[in-house]
Write a protein that binds this ligand. Structure first.
Ligand SMILES: [Zn+2]
Length: 133
């Protein structure tokens, strides 16, 4: 399970561009795609509007948007989250829900290329029913 990140848009942020380019995100995804296909596995791509960062992986509450320099946050339920670990848990849970329900499965080539800006739109409230681990 991976998150569909708008790498091209994020590269426009000069503070992020170097780090993203160093981490070769696009290349990582390409490798995951062909390796998954090679082994007959599905690569589940979670929508970029899924609020993976600010959704509490413990209770499911949605927190306020937070700037990138917030690396740890505390939910109103009392859970303390590492930003990236929490997002990874949410992406895994969302991907597993997709495979379990057969709902909106989007293996790599099904990714929509609408060309819309990814930053403005409110995320869809599709988070109910995602199992909490
Ligand atoms: Zn919570």
């Amino acid at each position: 399970m991976i998150e569909d990140l708008a790498v091209r848009n994020m590269m426009k942020n000069h503070r992020l561009a170097r780090a993203i380019s160093d981490a070769a995100w696009r290349q990582l995804r390409t490798m995951l795609e062909y390796k998954a296909a090679w082994h007959g596995r599905d690569l589940i791509v979670v929508d970029r509007w899924f609020p993976s960062t600010r959704l509490c992986s413990t209770c499911g509450a949605l927190a306020q948007r937070m700037p990138l320099d917030v690396r740890k946050w505390t939910c109103s339920c009392g859970s303390v989250h590492d930003r990236d670990v929490n997002a990874a848990r949410n992406i895994l849970a969302a991907g597993l829900a997709v495979t379990a329900c057969g709902d909106d499965v989007r293996p790599q080539r099904g990714t929509s290329r609408t060309g819309q800006s990814s930053a403005k739109q409110e995320p869809p409230r599709a988070t109910k029913g995602i199992p909490v681990h």
